[in-house]
Design a protein around this ligand. Structure first.
Ligand code: NAP
Ligand code: 8YV
Length: 320
């Protein structure tokens, strides 16, 4: 019997490829030059019942259009803002993602950025490498995270894990989300009020229209000249031009950023700043965690083949 057809969008690990190819006849969209993809989809689109994708690429509109028999989308990542879930639900397509298995890794990355920004890790490393230690002497004193107040923007699975880590470093934690959570931490329904009360904000909400520019110029201004912003959520959650302006004008103290508006493009102004730590969207990017995410991405598809359900549907698809 022939295997069901799966369209693969984005890159996957060898381990994932072996798993997918055992159960599906896999077509890699990105193996075809961009200009030829519409023709490929016009010819084969009706054959695909499954899509494997990731948080970055999601499912572009033209792919949705060309796959009339699509039944399941399995995404390699927890954030699914790049998938039009309303459209999937309207067509009865079930969407799965990879929650929880990356909480620790992304929380480590957020903590790393927070510490590196306060302790000026990158300039300190440069100080040694360029010989300044020998020529100029000691590196200037930095600031301690102990005793500071951190506001978590989005106290979900990862946000809670970040809160635990930050407290272990002697900082106190407050949080903002749309609704209060059953935790023993102060809740702010208003983000600007929270920013005014905090030394640092760590942003870890979903992306998409509902959170677009949640962290805007006003929020950055009340965070203030000694304030630090860490963003491990999505670039869209922070008004990037406002962030650049606040940093350039000294209205914000520093930033640790893993995500950007137009990845992989990062504003040159940010690259020039000594008080900013930049990482290329590597929040979950370790061998171990990517393996766990990849396994869950494939497990979801295997489950779908067994009984038409998935193990970890996105909330909007739980009724399907
Ligand atoms: P989650 O458990 O769903 O938590 C999301 C939190 O954000 C919840 O506390 C939610 O609370 C809050 N939130 C949602 N919409 C909001 C809004 N409009 N305003 C304020 N708060 C809002 O999700 P998670 O598993 O922790 O993942 C969070 C996000 O992290 C992902 O969606 C993804 O974008 C990002 N991420 C990034 C990386 C990376 O590599 N940098 C890796 C993994 C995940 P309420 O519903 O009460 O508002
Ligand atoms: C991945 C992520 O980098 O899980 C997410 O939401 O942002 C990351 O873990 C992404 O899914 C891969 O593109």
């Amino acid at each position: 019997m022939s295997k069901p057809q799966l369209l693969q969008i984005g890159n996957i690990t060898d381990r994932m490829r072996a798993r997918l190819e055992a159960e599906f006849d896999v077509t890699r969209l990105f193996a075809t030059p961009e200009a030829d993809r519409p023709a490929l989809l016009a010819e084969k689109g009706a054959d695909f019942v499954a899509v494997a994708t990731d948080g970055h690429w999601g499912v572009p509109g033209y792919v949705f259009d060309a796959l009339p028999n699509l039944k399941v989308i399995s995404s390699y990542g927890v954030g699914y803002d790049a998938i039009d879930v309303d459209r999937a639900v309207a067509r009865g397509i079930i969407v799965s993602h990879t929650p929880d298995v990356l909480n620790d890794e992304v929380a480590d990355t957020a903590t790393l950025l927070w510490l590196a920004t306060y302790r000026r890790l990158i300039p300190a490393d440069r100080w040694v490498r360029k010989g300044a230690w020998e020529e100029k002497g000691a590196f200037p004193l930095t600031r301690s995270v102990r005793g500071t107040k951190v506001g978590i923007v989005g106290l979900g699975r990862i946000g809670q894990t970040i809160a635990d880590r930050v407290q272990a470093f002697g900082a106190s934690v407050v949080y903002h989300s749309r609704s209060p959570k059953p935790v023993d931490l102060e809740y702010f329904s208003n983000l600007k009020d929270m920013a005014a009360a905090c030394d640092a904000l760590i942003v870890i909400t979903p992306g998409g229209a509902a959170t677009r520019h949640l962290v805007n110029a006003e929020v950055l201004d009340v965070l203030g000249p000694d304030g630090v912003l860490v963003n491990v959520a999505r670039g869209s959650v922070v008004d990037e031009p406002a962030l650049v302006a606040a940093l350039e004008q000294g209205r914000l103290g520093g930033a640790g950023l893993d995500v950007f508006d137009a990845e992989p493009k990062v504003p040159d102004a940010l690259k020039r700043m000594e008080n900013v730590v930049l990482t290329p969207h590597v929040g979950s990017a370790t061998v171990e965690t990517r393996q766990a995410m990849g396994d869950l991405t494939c497990d979801n598809l295997s489950q779908y083949l067994k009984d038409g359900t998935v193990l970890t549907p996105v909330p909007e698809c739980r009724h399907l």
